[in-house]
Design a protein around this ligand. Structure first.
Ligand code: MN
Length: 290
């Protein structure tokens, strides 16, 4: 059994741009290597936006050295980057963007969502890259809800959407550089599920709705995050209400982390280089709007 190491609670919201009221549910700065290969998780909303003529969001900014994974639950987002990728993602869709050597991008509500207004609920997860691929060319994976398999958990405990890694023979569509499991869990009140995860992997459960009990011991409410010890090869999750939660697990990247805003490298020299490259325009350019 992977024992629960820490439960992180009570994160206060702050705004990212004018479009994303987020809570930082965990970050490398506070949790350190315990969450590796993950660096940060922002949970935005649920937040009601009134109709607007101009989409809200975050203006052009750079990233280097890691991946951003955006999961939309409600609302619709639009993304544009310097590698020429452009797309909108709605409920159930996931965008897995590899910043690698560097991208500039902007993240906004879609024009359609801005005009209609409504509820926004999403997660953005940052996944680290090992030193050998930090400077890999940028990559953009748009994973539509329809390509993400859903499996029924044993004993009617609920369902899991398999975004990355495999579960009960279903394989998540995300391509990753190191082994990562990312499962969107919908658990039924009264159900208990046991999940097998590799010994030595980091693991976390992030609760969005409902109340969970982990390993018959630890009670979690919405916005709580349980971080597990690396040792052990399974966890149990019991739902005391209908619940929505994310399970994250992965092979730790045990390398030094030098993080500065949108850049996550291994050394301070590499951070200085990233800032230089960004300021000198070596991250490319956003294309003019079509
Ligand atoms: Mn970004």
């Amino acid at each position: 059994m992977k024992a629960v190491e820490t439960v992180l609670r009570n994160r206060r919201p702050h705004w990212v741009g004018d479009g994303f009221p987020v809570r930082t549910l965990f970050s490398h700065a506070t949790a350190g290597g315990a969450i590796s290969p993950f660096l940060l998780l922002h949970y935005a909303g649920p937040h009601e936006f009134p109709p607007a003529t101009h989409p809200r969001g975050v203006e052009e900014h750079p990233h280097r050295g890691f991946e951003t994974v955006t999961i939309v639950y409600q609302g619709e987002l639009e993304h544009r980057d310097s590698a020429g990728n452009h797309g909108s993602i709605g409920p159930g869709d996931v965008q897995w963007m590899t910043a690698g050597a560097g991208v500039l991008h902007e993240e906004f509500h879609s024009q359609r969502f801005a005009e209609s207004g409504g509820t926004l609920e999403m997660v953005q997860l940052w996944v680290n890259l090992p030193a050998r691929v930090k400077m890999t060319p940028p990559r953009y994976q748009e994973l539509r809800a329809a390509e993400i398999p859903t499996v029924d958990l044993p004993a009617g405990a609920g369902t899991a959407r398999v975004i990355a890694g495999d579960l009960q023979g279903a394989k998540g569509p995300a391509q990753t550089f190191t082994p990562v499991y990312l499962w969107d869990l919908r658990l039924k009140n009264g159900g208990t599920t046991e999940l097998s995860l590799p010994d030595g992997y980091a693991a976390a459960v992030v609760v969005q709705r409902g109340q969970l009990v982990l390993n018959d011991a630890e009670s979690l409410k919405p916005m709580d995050v349980a971080l597990f010890r690396r040792s052990g090869d399974r966890i149990t999750i019991a739902a005391e209400e209908d619940a929505t939660a994310l399970l994250l697990s992965g092979e730790p990247i045990d390398e030094p982390v030098a993080a500065h805003g949108p850049f996550v490298m291994n050394t301070h020299e590499e951070i200085r280089q990233a800032i230089d490259d960004y300021q000198a325009g070596r991250f490319g350019r956003m294309r003019a709007e079509a």
